[in-house]
Ligand binder design. Structure first.
Ligand SMILES: Nc1ncnc2c1ncn2[C@@H]1O[C@H](COP(=O)(O)OP(=O)(O)O)[C@@H](O)[C@H]1O
Length: 191
């Protein structure tokens, strides 16, 4: 398997790139944000417990998120690999992902990160909020809180994977194609 963590702050372009990369490399794409939104739309128990956190720009508790991710991975045991998008977002989630993959004799091969400045992120998210229908994109306070939470809880994962020699940063500003090209250069060396 090839298991990639696609990393970066909210609005960095992870979802856009993941959709291209999953086709290109035939990997299963798991976006925790998409799974939560799907569950909110269908008013499942998971959706109901996640909604209040998401609407406030906070992280959904680790236990809920980890159980959901585990179930998703187990649905695709025969996959050629995964692109994890929006997961892990905390050290506890990164530990859990490592354990889950180890139980399948697999591991995270790389964290590929999209690097984008904060002010560009706020601009992109508010613009997306005009059309995406995502309430967490439409409100500047919520957008800024998500970026703050990213620095407080998630950014540390750069060092986490750097220590394992698995971190690859890529400039996340440019056209979609240019950025795919930059990510592909990293991924091609791993496969
Ligand atoms: N791994 C996770 N752990 C906790 N909460 C998460 C996780 N992934 C997504 N969420 C929740 O879903 C929201 C939307 O996630 P996502 O679609 O990845 O958006 P973003 O564009 O902010 O990266 C997050 O702000 C958070 O509340």
């Amino acid at each position: 398997m090839t298991n990639l963590v696609l990393f970066g702050p909210p609005g960095a372009g992870k979802g856009t790139q993941a959709s291209v990369l999953k086709e290109k490399y035939q990997l299963v794409h798991i976006s925790t944000g998409d799974v939560f939104r799907h569950n909110i739309k269908n008013q499942t128990e998971l959706g109901l417990s996640a909604k209040s956190f998401i609407d406030r720009g906070q992280l959904v508790p680790d236990e809920v998120t980890i159980n959901m991710l585990r179930a998703k991975v187990e649905e695709h045991k025969d996959a050629k690999g995964f692109i994890f998008d929006g997961f892990p977002r905390t050290v506890a989630q990164a530990d859990a992902l490592g354990e889950l993959l180890a139980s399948m004799n697999e591991e995270v091969d790389a964290m590929v990160a999209l690097e984008v400045e904060d002010e560009i992120l706020v601009e992109r998210l508010l613009e997306r909020g005009e059309t995406s229908g995502r309430p967490d994109d439409a409100d500047e306070t919520v957008v800024r809180r998500r970026i703050k939470v990213y620095y407080e809880e998630t950014a540390i994962l750069k060092q986490y994977y750097q220590k394992q020699g698995k971190y690859y940063g890529v400039d996340g500003v440019g056209s979609i194609e240019e950025i795919t090209e930059r990510l592909s250069k990293v991924i091609d060396k791993l496969i």
